[in-house]
Ligand binder design. Structure first.
Ligand code: CMC
Length: 377
C-alpha cells in the first residue's frame, strides 16, 4: 500500500498548543485565549508580548517592569552594526536574517535552551529587532544609525530610529496595532520552520534566523509589498478591474487574498482595512484604499464563495506606504511583530520536544548499476 501523501502538510496536526487558536471557517483568532479584536482595540504590543511569552495578561507593575526590560535591551553591539554595514546593499530581510544570526554570537545565553533562557532571549531579540532594521535603513542611505530612545514605546521608538524624527501619537498607534496583529499565528510556514530548527535542540537565534528566511517569500510575509506594488501599477481605481482580470486570466494570484487556514475573512484584516481608509482620507491620498476596496468588493467578490478572502497583508502595505516607509521594509515590519510568536512556538517545541522529521515517498529509479565515468556517453 503506498503511503498517504499530504502535500504541504495541509490540515495535519503535529502537536497541541496553548499559544493561539485559529478557526478558519469562522474567521476567529485568539492569542492565549484572548480575541484578536479585543487585543487590537484595547491592548498594546508590549502587553501582547507579555501575554504570549508568560501566558497571561500582566498587572500594572508587571507590565511596567516588562516595558522597562524591553526598553533596556534595544541597543545592539557595535560589531553587529558593522556586520549590517557590510551587507547593507542586500534586501532588508536578508540583512535582518544575517544580523539576528550575528547577535547569537554575542548573547551570553545562546546555548541555553531552557524555557526561562529562551524567553529572556526572545525578549532581547524582540527589543533589538527594530534597532537592526532602522540601523540598516540609515546605513544604506549613508546616514548614521539613530540610537534608541528610551522615552518612546516599542512602535514609537522604531519610527523614531527609522526617520530620526519623533513620531506623532496616531502614527505610533497605527504601528502598535500592526505589530499586535502580526505577533503570533500558530505553526505557519515561518513558525513551523523555526520549530523544525528548535526540534534539533538548536538555539533560539538559529530558529529565529530560520523564521526570517522563511517569512521572506511572497506566499507568506512578502505579500504586503506585492499588494502595494500592484496598487501602484494600477494607479487609479478605474483601472483596477481590468488590471486584476488580466492577472487572473493569466493564472496569476492577487496578492493579499487567500490563506491556508482561513476560509472566511482573516480577522486581522478588518483592523487594517479601517485604518487604511482613515489614513488615506486624512493624508489626502484615498486612491490606494479605493483601489484595494474595488478589488475586494468587485474582482475578488466571486472568490469569497471559494474561501479566498482578504488576508492580513492586503491593507497593510497601503498603511506603510502612506507612513512613508519604503516598500522593501514591509516584510521586515511583519518580522519584527512576529519575533515573540516565533519565540513562543520554540518554547512549546522545547517543552515537549521530538525531532520534526517527516517522510517523502520515493518514486525514483531503484538499484541502478553504477557505470564508471569513462564508460558514460
Ligand atoms: N488569488 C487567486 N487565486 C487564489 C489565491 C489568490 N490570492 N490564493 C489561492 N487561490 C486559488 C489557487 O489558484 C487555487 O485554485 P485551484 O484550486 O483552482 O488551483 C486555490 O485557490 C487553492 O490555492 P492553494 O495555493 O492550493 O492554497 P494554499 O492554501 O496552499 O495557499 C496561499 C495559501 C496564501 C499561499 C495562497 O492563497 C496565496 O498564494 N495567496 C497570495 C499570497 C498571500 O497573500 N500571502 C499572504 C498570506 S497571509 C500572511 C501570512 O500569514 O503569511
Amino acid at each position: 500500500m503506498p503511503p498517504e501523501i499530504i502535500k504541504g502538510l495541509k490540515d495535519v496536526y503535529f502537536d497541541t498548543t496553548e499559544s493561539s487558536f485559529i478557526d478558519g471557517i469562522e474567521g476567529k483568532l485568539l492569542y492565549r485565549g484572548y480575541n484578536i479584536h479585543d487585543l487590537a482595540e484595547k491592548s498594546t504590543f508590549e502587553e501582547v508580548v507579555y501575554l504570549l511569552l508568560y501566558g497571561d495578561l500582566p498587572n500594572k507593575k508587571q507590565l511596567a517592569d516588562f516595558d522597562s526590560l524591553l526598553r533596556a535591551n534595544r541597543i545592539i553591539p557595535d560589531d553587529v552594526i558593522q556586520v549590517i554595514d557590510l551587507v547593507k546593499t542586500g534586501h532588508p530581510m536578508d540583512v535582518l536574517r544575517t544580523a539576528i544570526s550575528a547577535l547569537g554570537s554575542f548573547d551570553p545565553e545562546v546555548t541555553d535552551n531552557s524555557v526561562e533562557a529562551t524567553i529572556r532571549k526572545g525578549i532581547r531579540l524582540t527589543a533589538m529587532g527594530p534597532t537592526i532594521v532602522a540601523a540598516h535603513h540609515r546605513l544604506r542611505q549613508g546616514l548614521e544609525p539613530v540610537a534608541p530612545n528610551p522615552d518612546l514605546n516599542h512602535a514609537g521608538n522604531f519610527l523614531y530610529m527609522l526617520f530620526d524624527e519623533l513620531p506623532n501619537q496616531e502614527t505610533t498607534d497605527l504601528l502598535d496595532v500592526d505589530f499586535i496583529l502580526h505577533a503570533e499565528h500558530g505553526p505557519n510556514a515561518s513558525a513551523f520552520a523555526a520549530r523544525v530548527t528548535a526540534s534539533t535542540v538548536s538555539d533560539l537565534h538559529s530558529a529565529v534566523t530560520t523564521g526570517v528566511g522563511t517569512l521572506k517569500g511572497p506566499a507568506h510575509g512578502g505579500a504586503a509589498e506585492e499588494v502595494m506594488k500592484m496598487a501602484l501599477d494600477i494607479g487609479n481605481p478605474e483601472n483596477a478591474a481590468e488590471y486584476a482580470s488580466n492577472l487572473l486570466d493569466n493564472g496569476d494570484r492577487i496578492m493579499g487574498f487567500g490563506h491556508r487556514v482561513y476560509r472566511a475573512e482573516d480577522p486581522r484584516a478588518r483592523h487594517l482595512r479601517d485604518r487604511s481608509k482613515v489614513l488615506g482620507e486624512k493624508s489626502g491620498h484615498p486612491e490606494w484604499f479605493q483601489i484595494l476596496q474595488h478589488l475586494e468588493e468587485n474582482t475578488m467578490q466571486p472568490y469569497r464563495s471559494k474561501g479566498i478572502c482578504v488576508n492580513v497583508d492586503f491593507f497593510a502595505g497601503s498603511i506603510y506606504y502612506l507612513l512613508g516607509i519604503p516598500d522593501d521594509l514591509f516584510i521586515s515590519i511583519f518580522a519584527l511583530g512576529r519575533i515573540p510568536g516565533w519565540t513562543l512556538q520554540c518554547v512549546e517545541q522545547y517543552k515537549d520536544n521530538i525531532l520534526l522529521r517527516p517522510l517523502t515517498e520515493y518514486i525514483g529509479e531503484m538499484d541502478l548499476e553504477y557505470t564508471p565515468i569513462e564508460s558514460r556517453s
